[in-house]
Design a binder for this molecule. Structure first.
Ligand code: DAK
Length: 257
């Protein structure tokens, strides 16, 4: 869902992820719509800043697991797993603020980290629980999370699958601020409104330069991550992990044997 909010010469593009029954699990259609909405706002001179949000219960609970579960190694490698619009957000030159309430897990956490900064509701929970499915993060999580919160917390979260609540996420610098859930959208829109009133070129240059401090080796690393992610679709643990999730039972992993 996308709409224009705010006042003044340059307004805010607000995008809301909206698959409530699946906790905003990210599938092709949603990622394509998101990609198009982002590019449309980016191209619109009347828009100065973009806010990306989800629902009260979930920003996004990750990639759509039944979609992932249908893949094998070659289909993942040849066609990608989900829409090519996964990284469209990285082409956007205007700032994108993630306003996160509830779950931001797996690809949902990775999507939030691809935004320029995260404002969290006190209900927010961040995690990269892919290991429970017998796989690893596939959209930058192994690279962007350590850049944000450091190695130890990243290892802890990725290896144990534990979630981080909003207070911990603020202490760890994953989010820029935590606000009461009831005022999340207002706070994010207020920040966006301030940015809209700033010089557009300066805003775009700050975004480009701050991102440059992360981007060089990151891209290569994410590409390596992608190939490894694809390769896990050749393991029985991936089939088992995803089947167990869909059958609502505990997985029994064979550890690659
Ligand atoms: N996919 C599909 N459906 C999901 C889902 C998901 N990720 N997460 C939740 N749902 C669905 C549940 O199946 C359930 O559906 P029904 O049974 O009602 O039909 C409904 O949403 C409500 O969920 P729960 O009943 O489980 O609700 P709870 O409050 O008990 O638990 C939860 C909420 C978020 C803790 C739990 O649903 C959960 O653990 N969800 C899975 C989280 C997860 O493992 N996420 C990581 C997925 S892997 C890539 C790009 C991205 C990715 C990979 C590659 N490339 C570009 C290569 C990303 C991968 C991932 O994100």
């Amino acid at each position: 869902l996308s709409e224009v909010r705010g006042e003044g010469a340059r307004k805010i593009g607000l995008i809301s992820l909206n698959r409530p029954k699946q906790l905003n699990a990210l599938n092709d259609q949603l990622m394509d719509e998101l990609g198009h909405a982002l590019l449309a706002f980016d191209a619109d001179d009347g828009i100065g800043c973009i806010v990306l949000t989800g629902s009260e219960k979930a920003f996004a609970a990750g990639a759509d697991i039944p979609v992932l579960a249908a893949h094998d190694h070659m289909s993942a490698f040849k066609n990608g797993l989900i829409s090519s619009n996964w990284e469209t957000i990285l082409q956007v030159r205007k700032p994108v603020i993630a306003a996160v309430a509830g779950f931001a897990l797996g690809g949902g956490c990775e999507l939030a980290m691809m935004c320029d900064f995260i404002i969290a509701a006190d209900t927010a929970k961040f995690g990269q629980p892919e290991i429970k499915l017998g796989v690893i993060p596939g959209a930058g999580g192994t690279q962007r999370l350590p850049r944000a919160v450091g190695k130890s917390k990243t290892m802890d979260m990725l290896l144990t699958s534990r979630m981080m609540d909003a207070a911990e996420a603020e202490r760890a610098n994953l989010v820029s601020r935590v606000v009461p859930a009831a005022s999340l959208l207002d706070e994010a829109l207020a920040a966006a409104q301030i940015i809209c009133a700033m010089s557009g070129p300066a805003v775009m240059m700050i975004k480009e330069l701050v991102n440059r401090s992360f981007e060089g080796p990151l891209r290569d690393a994410v590409q390596v991550e992608r190939r490894m992610f694809h390769s896990l679709f050749g393991t029985s643990d991936q089939k088992e992990g995803m089947d167990a999730f869909m059958s609502k039972r505990k997985p029994e992993f064979k550890h690659g044997s």
